[in-house]
Design a protein around this ligand. Structure first.
Ligand SMILES: Nc1ncnc2c1ncn2[C@@H]1O[C@H](COP(=O)(O)OP(=O)(O)OP(=O)(O)O)[C@@H](O)[C@H]1O
Ligand SMILES: [Mg+2]
Length: 263
């Protein structure tokens, strides 16, 4: 899928752009003490091309469970997840993996970099998995490493990186196949406050410069306030949302909204 340059993304309101990710009455049950308990309950929303949305909720509210279902890493118990209009529940695991690889990048709290590969080898690994030669994409990989501020670290092993650097490398890896959507589960959860702020600012740059839609899961109001829209999750269900576009909306507003919603 072609990516929208920031100017085009800014010119068209998000709601008028194509939907890259749609959740339709998504449920996820899990067995707890022999009982099937709903961990994600009736979640529906659309994420549009180039949109930056945050999902906020307290620990245990189902954020990771929901994100894994949205990414096709787990199946919904009921409901549908549509990635660029394609139902992730259709087809076998191989088919789902192919849709995932084409349409989304995933960033984890604990980076999941391969310790024996250099930064550059980690970043280009998804290309090799797709059978593509990293050399053919050299210019784009260079520009991605530059955008994430890790170009100088390309020959280092992950053990020689700070947490913030590791997370920036893992974001580059998630973007190397040019997916239209980036999902991030608490990407700042394992970082210092300063490194976390840098990572969130970079996610915004990624959206602005590459036109990638970003869905950020966090329990940090400061991170959530970086989005255009915040979806509030409580006990597995969406309890409302706040549009942040076009106005000065800050951390205090996110806190206020959380209080209003009783979260
Ligand atoms: N495999 C599992 N089996 C049973 N229950 C689970 C399983 N995984 C998660 N849960 C439960 O589901 C609920 C939601 O978990 P989840 O990890 O999605 O929350 P979260 O919002 O991401 O929390 P955190 O902010 O701590 O990461 C929790 O009560 C958790 O104990
Ligand atoms: Mg979680």
């Amino acid at each position: 899928m072609t990516q929208v340059p920031s100017t085009a993304a800014a010119a068209t309101p998000a709601a008028a752009r194509p939907v890259v990710l749609a959740a339709r009455s998504v449920f996820r049950f899990r067995a707890v003490d022999g009982q099937q308990v709903p961990i994600v309950r009736d979640v529906s929303f659309d994420l549009h091309q180039g949109e930056f949305a945050a999902i906020m909720g307290p620990s245990g509210s189902g954020k990771s469970t929901l994100l894994h279902v949205l990414a096709g890493l787990d199946r919904p118990s009921a409901g549908q997840v549509l990635l660029a209009g394609q139902d992730l529940a259709q087809g076998n695991e191989e088919h789902r993996a192919a849709i995932r690889r084409q349409h989304l990048g995933f960033v984890f709290q604990f980076f999941h970099l391969l310790p024996d590969l250099t930064v550059e080898e980690n970043v280009t690994l998804p290309l090799r998995i797709l059978g593509q030669s990293p050399r053919r994409h050299r210019a784009r990989v260079d520009s991605l490493l530059g955008l994430l501020g890790v170009a100088k670290l390309r020959d280092r092993l992950p053990s020689a990186l700070s947490g913030g650097e590791m997370q920036r490398v893992s974001i580059a890896r998630a973007l190397v196949t040019q997916p239209p959507l980036l999902l991030a589960d608490e990407p700042t959860g394992n970082l210092s406050s300063k490194a976390g702020e840098e990572v969130v600012a970079l996610l915004r740059s990624v959206r602005d410069q590459l036109g990638t839609a970003v869905l950020l899961v966090t329990h940090n109001p400061r991170d959530a306030a970086a989005g255009d829209r915040v979806l509030f999750l409580h006990d597995g269900a969406l309890r409302g949302s706040a549009e942040l576009t076009g106005g000065p909306f800050g951390v205090a507003d996110v806190f206020r909204r959380l209080q209003e919603l009783g979260i």
